[in-house]
Design a protein around this ligand. Structure first.
Ligand SMILES: C[S@@+](CC[C@H](N)C(=O)[O-])C[C@H]1O[C@@H](n2cnc3c(N)ncnc32)[C@H](O)[C@@H]1O
Ligand SMILES: [Zn+2]
Length: 279
């Protein structure tokens, strides 16, 4: 498994910022900083410590893979891919790509585009690297300046993951599209009967515009609200793939779930383009 050429071209050395090339099983810059291409197909460009509890764990990733495979978020993935269906060729960067589920669906719609999955979880990126043949995966902490060239992305995806507005702006081409998916208040609210969920903040979407507003202009918003019935195993997966999994004390009642629960899934898909900066 290797890196698509368009991904290598867009990457920058995370130590010195120089361009890199693929040399055997490593990515290297002219100053000889070198990053291994793991046999599972992702490149680790991290060199600073990442705070504990940031990356999705093996258990969280396993729960997410199984939950997504059951198709509950398939309609969401179609809506996201539909938003960028006219983006044409170029590089699609997925910031916090996880297992690459949404990025792969976007690449299916854009037959000449290439994908770059950034995530701090190597466990998730092992999956992402296999999720699509035109996808390259790089381990990175989104809160640090990204090892990605300025103006290299035609599309930036951000699906339930940290939002670094200044880096979104820098990496996206001036004519590029930013697609952000966030949970709406009420998303999976019925699971509160079985677990002390970390609440979804209903004002999150307003704050999203506040935070991205200086650099991005909103183009459109779409709400995707559905009711789905989750059998007990998928109830457990829905909880264990989310942030509550980092808090074992909240999960005590989860083992006792014996019946299916009908839940609401509620997402907001927001599309932006970079604002022209005043000269
Ligand atoms: C809720 S998951 C969403 C994954 C994927 N976008 C999806 O929808 O399937 C959030 C992802 O963000 C990643 N993440 C959290 N903090 C991060 C950070 N500081 N830098 C990079 N990735 C981060 C996690 O490892 C996880 O894969
Ligand atoms: Zn370097």
């Amino acid at each position: 498994m290797t890196l698509p050429a368009a991904v290598t071209q867009a990457l920058r050395c995370s130590v010195c910022g120089e361009p890199v090339e693929l040399a055997g099983r490593a990515v290297r810059c002219a100053r000889r900083h070198s990053f291994d291409l793991a046999k599972q197909g992702y490149v680790n460009m991290l060199h600073a410590r990442v705070p504990a509890g940031t990356a999705d764990t093996t258990e969280m990733v396993a729960a997410r893979v199984e939950f997504l495979a059951a198709g509950y978020y398939s309609e969401l993935a179609d809506l996201v891919a539909g938003q960028v269906a006219t983006a044409g060729t170029g590089l699609v960067v997925d910031a916090g790509a996880g297992t690459g589920y949404h990025l792969a669906r976007v690449l299916d719609r854009l037959p000449t585009a290439t994908g770059l999955a950034l995530d701090v979880s190597a466990v998730a990126l092992r999956r992402a690297a296999k999720a699509h043949e035109r996808l390259g995966a790089v381990t990175w902490n989104l809160w640090e300046p990204w090892p990605v060239a300025s103006g290299s992305a035609s599309v930036l995806l951000n699906v339930f993951a940290p939002r670094n507005g200044p880096e979104f702006r820098r990496v996206l081409r001036p004519d590029g599209l930013l697609v952000v998916v966030s949970p709406l208040a009420g998303h999976l609210r019925e699971l509160a009967s079985v677990v002390d969920l970390l609440g979804v903040d209903g004002r999150k979407d307003e704050r999203l515009d506040d935070r991205l507003g200086g650099q991005f202009e909103p183009l459109g918003r779409q709400e995707a609200v559905r009711r789905v019935t989750l059998p007990p195993d998928d109830v457990r997966r829905a909880v264990l793939m989310g942030p509550s999994a980092h808090h074992p004390r909240r999960l005590r009642r989860l083992d006792q779930v014996a019946e299916a629960i009908e839940v609401t899934t509620a997402f907001l898909i927001s599309v932006y383009r970079p604002r022209r900066l005043a000269k």
